[in-house]
Write a protein that binds this ligand. Structure first.
Ligand SMILES: *[C@@H]1O[C@H](CO)[C@@H](O)[C@H](O)[C@H]1NC(C)=O
Ligand SMILES: *[C@@H]1O[C@H](CO)[C@@H](O)[C@H](O)[C@H]1NC(C)=O
Ligand SMILES: *[C@@H]1O[C@H](CO)[C@@H](O)[C@H](O)[C@H]1NC(C)=O
Ligand SMILES: *[C@@H]1O[C@H](CO)[C@@H](O)[C@H](O)[C@H]1NC(C)=O
Ligand SMILES: *[C@@H]1O[C@H](CO)[C@@H](O)[C@H](O)[C@H]1NC(C)=O
Ligand SMILES: *[C@@H]1O[C@H](CO)[C@@H](O)[C@H](O)[C@H]1NC(C)=O
Ligand SMILES: *[C@@H]1O[C@H](CO)[C@@H](O)[C@H](O)[C@H]1NC(C)=O
Ligand SMILES: *[C@@H]1O[C@H](CO)[C@@H](O)[C@H](O)[C@H]1NC(C)=O
Ligand SMILES: *[C@@H]1O[C@H](CO)[C@@H](O)[C@H](O)[C@H]1NC(C)=O
Ligand SMILES: *[C@@H]1O[C@H](CO)[C@@H](O)[C@H](O)[C@H]1NC(C)=O
Ligand SMILES: *[C@@H]1O[C@H](CO)[C@@H](O)[C@H](O)[C@H]1NC(C)=O
Ligand SMILES: *[C@@H]1O[C@H](CO)[C@@H](O)[C@H](O)[C@H]1NC(C)=O
Length: 709
């Protein structure tokens, strides 16, 4: 009985694999969602009586637990673990029990139990099986693998006697059931100063470079989030983002007199003769020429109220980037390259879109292949140094330390292996770096022709949504060996007087970074600055941001400045950004950045321009925008002191609404997301959080403490 039900569910899901676009069409998504909406009851209805009794008796025990939210969360974990230990052959029932417990504790609202843990991989909406191989039969419902799912794998390895580990787990993965612990001192906890030789006096100063010798240019792009299922004419103003896929809907139906051009007028209030952009076949041909294709008359065939806001070819503010927007962006970079000759590019991750419902290994891989191949196509022989983002894995956000010897469903190495193949085939890395790349989870140490070392890290190693990071979280500082790798590389470079850039996807300042890891990274930066670490680069937030690191965050004095990091704004317009990228002018010996140049396109123009290509513009140079008087010496780099002086200081001035507004305009590239920074005569809370807390923090715990409600 159980197996026939599962077989039914599986056959619905497996249909998905016959569709041309990897992923699901809308009918299949609908049926998947309706299965999902009614998952728990059907499964329970077909369990044998003894298994129902097993679950119900333990469920009673769990629900009878009387304690704080935090204690209940810990109890649930410990209880689940004790059952796993006691009944190893009933692990699937442990998953079901915990899922049922969650549903019951949430008044039978199953949707409240998404994205937590239980018996699915990491996201209970992911129904696809990891391998696509259903032959193994009863134990799998898509990604719902009862016997060997990720959560059970992690639960088996958690030290449930370690209260602090569980505090972290229950804060991040248990909907803040426990308070975020005060971050322990990582020196006291791990003695991390033992990881490196003592800092010699000369390393407290930057190397004696002139900073005014030859300069060269480096391209930086990030967060493409290509949305392969994007479709012109679908709902572009949907209730649940990302929009513009066939199943997108706006829960507020347009009335019979609604005219969808009103929604374009919101973004283009002064355009009197709106030219509709309905060109579903618009694309770039193999010679990179734009082909608009034929107009499809939605108003004629579907009426003026068939959608709240039909999606147009180059993307919308609530959707990820259609392929054509990615291509338009890369073409713009390639055009600037003709003039500026980028010697290499850094790509700080996230090529995969935000549609969790269609997320499958095939879809993830198809987007990765598409994006990395496009970079090769448009950039030719410029090496691209990529970091994998939290979306660039399946299941989403997961990475398991190889030391745990995981296999099958919870081994994520397939993805890194495929990416490494692709990067080597694109000639960005040499064949001989293959094993190195793999052993560092697609991280690398790469020395450019000019002798700069670029170190790439996989930030899922410190990502709060990665279940595996909670195992021995407060006792094992380095399960991925990533800090050891980084420190060894830095020690070697320091010895050789070589300068280093570090790149990763998630900024250690972001609330997504586990605070202990944030602090460890900060100690490493402090140890190897300013002599060795020249610059640090991230993506992830989609915003144009900077973070200044001080030895004491409470004072933020100029003399306490240690270093800073650059966060690059996204190509994807999700949510409410204009697509954008930047390049750096880099000094040849110090590898300091002398200036940065941003480009962007005003996406709203493409809503009303009859399907014409986006027009890309120069946005700003950091020197000209933030130091218009030119008081910063021409031969001084844009180092942390620059950002402290010309950006953080005016941001901190609570009556300087004008500067805060300017900074917000840059963060969103004049997109609809730009904040209203004025609240009476002072800066509004939103703007304070977005500007001061971001630029004035380097550690994720400091950042979270800074935020105003
Ligand atoms: C429920 O908990 C009690 C107290 O810990 C224990 O004695 C009992 O065996 C548990 N019930 C089951 C079915 O394990
Ligand atoms: C918890 O409280 C309920 C009633 O509020 C009671 O029935 C139950 O026995 C208590 N459980 C424990 C373990 O004390
Ligand atoms: C639980 O659901 C019932 C029935 O839908 C509803 O009356 C009740 O208010 C809900 N309770 C909570 C705490 O949401
Ligand atoms: C688990 O944590 C406890 C409490 O911190 C500790 O005493 C014990 O050694 C840990 N066990 C293992 C196997 O690390
Ligand atoms: C840099 O120059 C200063 C002054 O000329 C000198 O004291 C210092 O030792 C030099 N530092 C290095 C690392 O060479
Ligand atoms: C909707 O608005 C457009 C542009 O303002 C106009 O051309 C069109 O006639 C309108 N359609 C209807 C049915 O009112
Ligand atoms: C999008 O739809 C919402 C209703 O769901 C509406 O409030 C909003 O104004 C619409 N936005 C645009 C740009 O039309
Ligand atoms: C696009 O939006 C910007 C910023 O709101 C505005 O200045 C510009 O006029 C808009 N473009 C069009 C074509 O309406
Ligand atoms: C639209 O036109 C009005 C009146 O001419 C002008 O004040 C306003 O700045 C314009 N808005 C945009 C976004 O261009
Ligand atoms: C993992 O496999 C390696 C090599 O086979 C072995 O040395 C190690 O003990 C295993 N680790 C665990 C935790 O099983
Ligand atoms: C930045 O450069 C300026 C000018 O060379 C220098 O005075 C300052 O100490 C540097 N700041 C840092 C943090 O290295
Ligand atoms: C703060 O900003 C206001 C408004 O721009 C300006 O008048 C004032 O001089 C600034 N204060 C400082 C200390 O710079």
């Amino acid at each position: 009985m159980l197996s026939s039900f599962l077989f039914l569910l599986i056959s619905v899901v497996s249909l998905a694999y016959s569709h041309t676009v990897p992923g699901l069409d809308s009918l299949q998504i609908q049926s998947k969602l309706s299965k999902r909406a009614n998952l728990v009851d059907p499964i329970f209805n077909i369990l044998p009586d003894d298994e129902i009794d097993f679950i119900n008796s333990h469920l009673t025990n769990l629900t009878n637990f009387n304690g704080s939210k935090c204690d209940s969360c810990k109890n649930r974990i410990r209880y689940g673990r004790s059952l796993l230990d006691e009944y190893p052959d009933k692990s699937h029932l442990v998953s079901l029990l915990l899922f049922k417990y969650c549903v019951v504790s949430h008044n039978n609202t199953e949707s409240k139990c998404d994205n937590i843990d239980f018996f699915v991989t990491t996201d209970s909406k992911n129904y696809q099986d990891f391998s696509g191989d259903y032959s193994s039969g009863v134990e799998q419902v898509g990604a719902v693998n009862f016997y060997d799912n990720d959560f059970l794998q992690v639960l088996k390895r958690l030290n449930v006697s370690n209260d602090l580990d569980l505090d972290y787990y229950c804060y991040y993965k248990g909907s803040s059931a426990c308070k975020l612990p005060d971050t322990p001192d990582v020196e006291e906890l791990f003695g991390i100063s033992q990881w490196w030789p003592e800092k010699q006096p000369q390393y407290y100063f930057p190397p004696n470079y002139t900073n005014n010798s030859e300069v060269f240019n480096v391209l930086h792009l990030t967060d493409i989030h290509i949305q392969l299922r994007y479709e012109v004419g679908t709902e572009g103003n949907c209730t649940s983002t990302p929009c513009a896929v066939p199943e997108s809907v706006n829960q507020v139906l347009p009335g019979k007199d609604y005219n969808f051009t009103d929604s374009y007028k919101v973004f283009a209030p002064n355009v009197t003769d709106i030219e509709l952009s309905f060109y579903p076949d618009a694309h770039y041909d193999e010679n990179n020429q734009y082909v608009k294709g034929d107009y499809y008359d939605y108003p004629k065939y579907r009426g003026w109220n068939f959608k709240n806001s039909p999606a147009t070819p180059f993307g919308g503010y609530l959707a990820d980037a259609p392929e054509i927007l990615m291509n338009s962006s890369l073409l713009n970079m390639a055009a600037v390259h003709k003039e500026k000759n980028f010697e290499f590019a850094i790509f700080t991750g996230d090529v995969v879109d935000h549609i969790y419902d269609s997320c499958t290994p095939e879809y993830t891989k198809a987007e990765e292949v598409k994006a990395f191949s496009a970079m090769k196509h448009f950039f030719g022989n410029i090496p691209v140094l990529p970091a994998l983002g939290n979306h660039d894995s399946f299941p989403y956000g997961q990475l398991a330390p190889t030391q745990y010897n995981t296999t099958g469903n919870s081994s994520y190495t397939w993805n890194e292996d495929e990416m490494v193949d692709l990067w080597i085939n694109n000639e960005w890395f040499e064949e001989k770096s293959r094993e190195d790349l793999k052993s560092h989870y697609a991280g690398f140490s790469y020395v450019t022709n000019r002798g700069l070392k670029v170190i790439g890290l996989n930030s899922n190693a410190y990502y709060q949504k990665n279940l595996w990071t909670y195992i021995d979280h407060t006792t094992n500082p380095d399960p991925f060996g990533q800090w050891e790798f980084l420190v060894n590389e830095l020690v070697e470079s320091e010895k050789n007087g070589q300068r280093v850039w570090i790149m990763a996807h998630i900024p250690v300042t972001d609330a997504d970074t586990l605070p202990i890891n944030s602090r460890i990274f900060g100690k490493i930066v402090e140890r190897f600055s300013p002599y060795t670490i020249a610059n640090i680069f991230y993506g992830h937030t989609h915003q144009d941001q900077f973070h200044v690191l001080y030895s004491s965050n409470s004072s933020q004095e100029a003399e306490d400045i240690i270093n800073m990091s650059w966060v690059l704004q996204s190509i994807t317009p999700l949510s409410n950004y204009n697509p954008s990228w930047r390049y750096y002018e880099v000094e040849n010996e110090s590898f300091n950045i002398m200036n940065s140049y941003n480009y962007y396109t005003q996406l709203n123009e493409t809503f009303v321009n009859g399907g014409a290509e986006p027009s890309w513009r120069f946005e700003y140079s950091a020197r000209d925008l933030y130091d218009p008087e030119g008081t910063w010496p021409e031969d001084a780099p844009l180092n942390a002191t620059f950002w402290h002086t010309y950006v953080l200081t005016p941001i901190k001035n609570e009556t300087n609404i004008e500067f805060n507004h300017l900074f917000s305009q840059m963060q969103y590239r004049y997109g609809p997301g730009v904040l209203d920074c004025k609240n009476g005569s002072v800066v509004s809370d939103d703007c304070y959080n977005d500007n001061y807390c971001v630029v004035g923090s380097f550690y994720s715990d400091d950042y979270q403490k800074c935020l105003r409600d």
